[in-house]
Design a protein around this ligand. Structure first.
Ligand SMILES: CC(C)(COP(=O)(O)OP(=O)(O)OC[C@H]1O[C@@H](n2cnc3c(N)ncnc32)[C@H](O)[C@@H]1OP(=O)(O)O)[C@@H](O)C(=O)NCCC(=O)NCCS
Length: 173
């Protein structure tokens, strides 16, 4: 299942992208606002990639992890977790810091939303981020999402701080 955008190609993420995934998944600049990252070692990244690949191989995946390729270079990932009754998709994204600021996350997520709408008839999308993760909520706003909830008690993996979580929502016809 490949998705083309103007500049990017989205392909199933799996262990063939181990080194390029680990580079951003273990980098603190890249992961300081994330709940499940950074990964402590390459084994942790491998476990995640094996799980992503296994999910791709099920008959009815509950989540889809895409590698984002730019001219065949793996620059990040975008994903969607689908609720049990297919009513809602939760989006996530990460771009290797060398490639920040070129509109790649927005472009990849926009096409994934369109794909999910047409292929899986999903019309409600949510995304969460740390309230200080300006780049991430800017992506949400560029996608047309609006803030729907703000809650305390978010825990990012790299620190024990009690963080604030923003939830954004997009409903399309
Ligand atoms: C959040 C993250 C994925 C954004 O990735 P990105 O590819 O740099 O995001 P975009 O380029 O689409 O948007 C960022 C900037 O690019 C600029 N930009 C340049 N060209 C653009 C284009 N063609 N289209 C849209 N924006 C463009 C925008 O002005 C935008 O600036 P802004 O943040 O001041 O609004 C990235 O910062 C990241 O990986 N962060 C760490 C991981 C993370 O926190 N993930 C989210 C967890 S909730």
């Amino acid at each position: 299942m490949n998705i083309h955008t103007e500049r990017l190609l989205l392909v199933p993420l799996g262990p063939q992208y181990l080194l390029s995934t680990h580079e951003y998944a273990s980098d603190l600049d890249n992961t300081k606002y994330m709940v499940h990252l950074p990964n402590a070692d390459i084994e942790e990244t491998k476990t995640f990639l094996d799980r992503a690949q296994a999910e791709w191989q099920t008959s009815n995946p509950q989540f889809y992890e895409f590698a984002i390729l730019l001219d065949d270079i793996h620059i990040g990932a975008v994903d969607i977790y689908i609720s049990e009754n297919n009513s809602e998709g939760e989006l996530g994204w990460i771009i290797s810091k060398k490639y920040w600021g070129y509109g790649y996350a927005t472009e990849a997520a926009r096409e994934l939303i369109s794909f999910a709408k047409h292929e899986w008839k999903i019309s409600k999308f949510i995304a969460h981020c740390d309230s200080e993760n300006v780049s991430s909520y800017n992506v949400m706003e560029k996608l047309g999402m609006s803030i729907a909830n703000k809650t305390k008690g978010r825990k990012n993996k790299y620190s024990n701080d009690d963080r604030e979580d923003l939830m954004y929502l997009l409903e399309i016809e």
